[in-house]
Design a protein around this ligand. Structure first.
Ligand code: PLP
Length: 431
């Protein structure tokens, strides 16, 4: 009898690892090694020729990191994954694995600021054009597409607007054209499964909810194994033309015997090999430790965040709530379609007192941390107008969804009464 597929709660604890065959170790060991002894000259030659898969050098693969990769792919419902040194590296690799100088991608405007900078400046300097479009209208992606378009890119639950991206609509525009949708699912692990809605690639900053404890920078790219890279070969030249850096391998063909993982194999053996943004095995271990409780933590993050939003909605001195449940019927409908088991751990609100009230609120916090991060188990707050977005003009701030009194919370898993008590006293002092 076939075993039924396991649930994310179970995969988070078991996928990719069963006790060490030599020592019996149940926890995943930290393989803090740079390199691996080859069994023979033939073994070494086979590994380098990709005739056999095995460990060569930790810049390209590592047994601890491999468990993390297999676990992430299993939880996400993908075919294979690659861990990277940071979320930024994961984004860069996800795009550079398809687009090179002269090509373009079409991206949602609603992005993490670091991604925006990379797209608008660094990739541009490398000759990759990023065409930004408003995701409110999915057809904008088609309009911006031409023969040089290699991918679509978006975030599931972008902050500060917190409007869920129309994943299925945009994936359906790209697929018949041979264009994959890459989703940054950093803000919505477990609650959103982009592959179920047609995305071809999912990437994460594992620094956030996946690691969950604010101790390790990391990233990952997951190959859905659900995209036919060879079907429109002109559209994806990097996967369909001979690669001179690998004895002329044509990746969509060369990797076929291993499964539908041409995209992620090329990323590992070309981009990770050449650009070197490898995750340290110790960080892989810490992130794995975090993943064990990810489904449980997401439940509590979502539950606490809804309670915080409900509290803020009744609080004097608060003029607006930014949360999928408080942003109108259309946004709510989108959130209900794409998010399951909760609406994520982020909520924004506007203090009626504007810029000064925002600063006073932050200064008055006793328990919430004031940091430029999200997805920690602890509750976090930031006032973008005086920090992350302070270099932008008021008009630019407004375009990104930031107003003078806007405060973003990443709600943690503490007892809800303690979170509300801190918010209550800080809003009181800010008013
Ligand atoms: N994507 C999103 C949605 C993020 O919030 C961040 C970081 O804040 C990143 C990517 C970049 O990740 P990292 O900081 O791990 O490089």
């Amino acid at each position: 009898m076939n075993n039924p597929p396991r649930h994310p709660e179970t995969l988070a604890l078991h996928a990719g690892w069963r006790a060490d065959p030599e020592t019996g170790s149940v926890a995943v060991p930290i393989h803090q090694t740079t390199s691996y002894q080859f069994r023979s000259p033939e073994h070494a030659a086979n590994l380098f020729a990709l005739k056999e898969f095995g460990n060569i050098y930790t810049r390209i693969m590592n047994p601890t990191t491999a468990v993390l990769e297999e676990r992430l792919a299993a939880i996400e419902g993908g075919a294979a994954a690659l861990a990277t040194a940071s979320g930024q590296a994961a984004t860069a690799f996800a795009v550079q694995n398809l687009a090179r100088a002269g090509d373009n991608i079409v991206s949602s405007t609603d992005l993490y600021g670091g991604t925006w900078n990379m797209f608008a400046h660094t990739l541009k300097d490398q000759g990759i054009e990023v065409r930004f479009v408003d995701p409110a209208e999915p057809e904008n992606f088609r309009r911006a597409t031409d023969a040089g378009t290699r991918a679509y890119y978006a975030e599931t639950l972008p902050n500060p607007k917190l409007t869920v991206f129309p994943i299925a609509e945009v994936a359906a525009i790209g697929r018949p054209l041979g264009i994959p949708l890459i989703m940054d699912n950093t803000a919505a692990p477990i609650v959103c499964r982009p592959f179920d809605h047609g995305a071809a690639v999912v990437m994460y900053s594992t620094t956030k909810y996946i690691g969950g404890h604010g101790n390790s920078i990391g990233g990952a790219v997951i190959d859905g194994g659900n995209f036919d890279w060879g079907a429109h070969s002109d559209r994806q030249p990097l996967l369909n033309t001979p690669d001179p850096s690998y004895h002329g391998a044509v990746w969509s063909e060369a990797v076929k015997p291993l499964g539908p993982i041409a995209y992620i194999v090329r990323m590992r053996v070309v981009l990770l090999r050449d650009l070197g943004a490898a995750l340290s095995p110790f960080n892989a271990f810490l992130i794995l430790q975090g993943i064990e409780t990810l489904p449980l933590r997401m439940e509590r993050h979502c539950e606490n965040t809804e309670k915080v939003a409900a509290f803020l909605a009744t609080r004097k001195g608060v003029s607006r709530i930014i949360h999928p449940l408080y942003s109108g019927q259309a946004a709510k409908g989108r959130a209900e379609r794409y998010l399951r088991g909760g609406y994520g751990g982020l909520v924004g609100f506007e203090l009626a007192g504007g810029l000064e009230a925002g600063k006073r609120f932050i200064a008055a916090l006793k328990m919430l941390y004031h940091v430029a991060n999200i997805g920690d188990s602890r509750s976090l707050a930031i006032h973008p107008a005086s920090t992350t977005h302070s270099q932008l003009s008021q008009a630019e701030q407004a375009a990104t969804g930031v107003t003078e009194g806007y405060v973003r919370l990443s709600v943690g898993i503490e007892h809800i009464d303690d979170i509300l008590a801190d918010l209550d006293q800080a809003i009181e002092q800010a008013s």
